[in-house]
Design a protein around this ligand. Structure first.
Ligand SMILES: *[C@@H]1O[C@H](CO)[C@@H](O)[C@H](O)[C@H]1NC(C)=O
Ligand SMILES: *[C@@H]1O[C@H](CO)[C@@H](O)[C@H](O)[C@H]1NC(C)=O
Length: 343
C-alpha cells in the first residue's frame, strides 16, 4: 500500500527535525517568533491537492465569523512535560475590558508529527480561532512522534497524560495570577480538544480522567484511534469525507457510536471535500474554530448566545448557519447528526 503523501511529508519533516527534538530548546526559541512570519489567511492550504489531506479550500464556503476578541500567544517552558519537548504555547484573548465575561480553559493536543518545533505554526490558526471566542488554550509541544517510555522507545499509550499535565500546569498558572491566564474561570470546569493522535488523547482524557481533571466537554478533530473507551462528557466527533488517515467510518463514526454513550449529548460531523488536515496548517478549515467553540459554549458554559452569535442554532439548529445545514460549508448528509440529551 502506498502511504498517503501527507504522511510522507510529515516523515520528511521529521527527518529534518528529529536531531533537535530531544536536544535542548535553543533552536526552538529561535523559531518562537512563528506567528509574525505567517500571513493572516491560510495560504498553505491552497498549495494544491496532492492528497485529500491537502485539498484546497472549496470555493463558495461561508466566511468564518470574526470571533469576540483579538488574541495573543506566549510560549512557556514547563518542567513537568515529557523530555521530547517541554514547551507549552498558550493562546489567550486580549482587548477585553472589565465587563467581559470570564474566559474558560481548553487543552489542545497536537497530532503525530505536529509536536516539537513545528507545533506552534501547525496549530496556530485553530488555537488562535478558539482563543478569539474567549478561551485560554494550551498547546503542548511534547511527544511529536510519541512520548518517552521507560524502555527508551517512543509510545503513544500515555500521550493523553500530557494533555492532563497541561491542565494541571494551567491551573497553577491561573492560581499564580499569570497574565496569560487572566480573567479565567478555571473552577467551573475545562474543555479538551485535539487533532488526530491528539484526538485520541482527547478521547482518552475525557474517558479516563474527566472527573480527576474537571473536564466537562470534549471535541475530537479527526481522532486516530483503535481503542474506544466511553467518554464521560458531551462530545463532538469531527471528521471529513476525504480523511485518508483517520477514517471517517471506522474512527470518526465509531467514536460517535461508542457503547455507553447512548444517553450522552453528542455529535458527529463529517465535512465534505476536506481531508485529515482540517485542523492544521496543511488543510485548515477556517470554520472549524467557530463550531468547536460553539460546542464548548453550550457544553462547558451553558451559553446559548452571545453578542448576537447564536451558538444553540449553530449546533442544534437547522438553518443555513447550523453545522449540518450549511454553516460549516458542505457536509456529508449521512454523517452529520446530533443528539441533545441536555435537560
Ligand atoms: C537542557 O538545558 C537544561 C538547562 O536549561 C539542562 O539541565 C539539560 O541538561 C539540557 N539538556 C540537553 C539535552 O542538553
Ligand atoms: C486519571 O484518573 C485515574 C482514576 O480514574 C487516576 O487514578 C489517575 O491518577 C488520573 N491520572 C492523572 C494523570 O491524574
Amino acid at each position: 500500500m502506498v502511504p498517503p503523501i501527507s504522511l510522507c511529508f510529515f516523515l520528511l519533516l521529521l527527518c529534518f527535525l528529529l536531531p533537535f527534538i530531544s536536544a535542548n530548546s535553543s533552536l526552538d526559541d529561535v523559531f518562537s517568533n512563528f506567528p509574525d512570519a505567517l500571513p493572516d489567511a491560510p495560504t498553505l492550504s491552497n498549495v494544491g491537492s496532492l492528497s485529500p489531506g491537502f485539498r484546497p479550500h472549496p470555493a463558495g464556503e461561508p466566511l468564518p465569523l470574526p470571533g469576540l476578541y483579538k488574541t495573543s500567544w506566549k510560549k512557556f517552558r514547563v518542567d513537568e512535560m515529557d523530555p521530547t519537548n517541554k514547551h507549552i504555547t498558550v493562546f489567550f484573548p486580549t482587548n477585553y475590558d472589565a465587563s467581559a465575561p470570564p474566559f474558560r480553559f481548553l487543552a489542545y493536543a497536537h497530532g503525530f508529527g505536529g509536536g516539537g518545533l513545528q507545533t506552534g505554526p501547525v496549530y496556530y490558526e485553530i488555537c488562535s480561532a478558539l482563543a478569539s471566542w474567549g478561551y485560554v488554550v494550551t498547546l503542548h509541544h511534547s511527544c511529536d512522534v510519541g512520548c518517552t517510555r521507560e524502555d527508551g522507545k517512543f509510545g503513544f499509550d500515555d500521550y493523553y497524560k500530557e494533555q492532563l499535565k497541561a491542565i494541571d500546569w494551567a491551573e497553577g498558572m491561573w492560581e499564580a495570577g499569570d497574565a496569560a491566564f487572566a480573567n479565567l474561570d478555571f473552577e467551573s470546569g475545562v474543555g479538551v480538544v485535539g487533532h488526530s493522535m491528539g484526538g485520541q488523547a482527547t478521547l482518552f482524557s475525557s474517558a479516563y480522567n474527566a472527573t480527576s481533571h474537571n473536564i466537562k466537554a470534549a471535541v475530537y478533530h479527526h481522532a486516530w484511534t483503535e481503542d474506544f473507551p466511553a467518554p464521560q462528557v458531551p462530545f463532538l466527533s469531527m471528521t471529513s469525507t476525504y480523511d485518508d488517515e483517520a477514517d471517517a467510518t471506522t474512527m470518526g463514526q465509531a467514536i460517535y457510536d461508542i457503547e455507553g454513550t447512548e444517553h450522552h449529548t453528542k455529535g458527529l460531523v463529517s465535512k465534505a471535500n476536506f481531508g485529515h488536515h482540517e485542523a492544521d496548517i496543511l488543510g485548515i478549515n477556517p470554520l472549524l474554530g467557530q463550531f468547536t467553540a460553539a460546542w464548548f459554549k453550550l457544553m462547558l458554559e451553558g451559553k446559548g448566545e452571545e453578542s448576537n452569535v447564536d451558538y444553540e442554532e449553530m449546533i442544534f439548529g437547522t438553518s443555513s448557519t447550523s453545522i449540518c445545514g450549511g454553516g460549516d460549508g458542505a457536509v456529508d448528509d449521512n454523517m452529520c447528526e446530533l443528539v441533545d440529551n441536555r435537560h
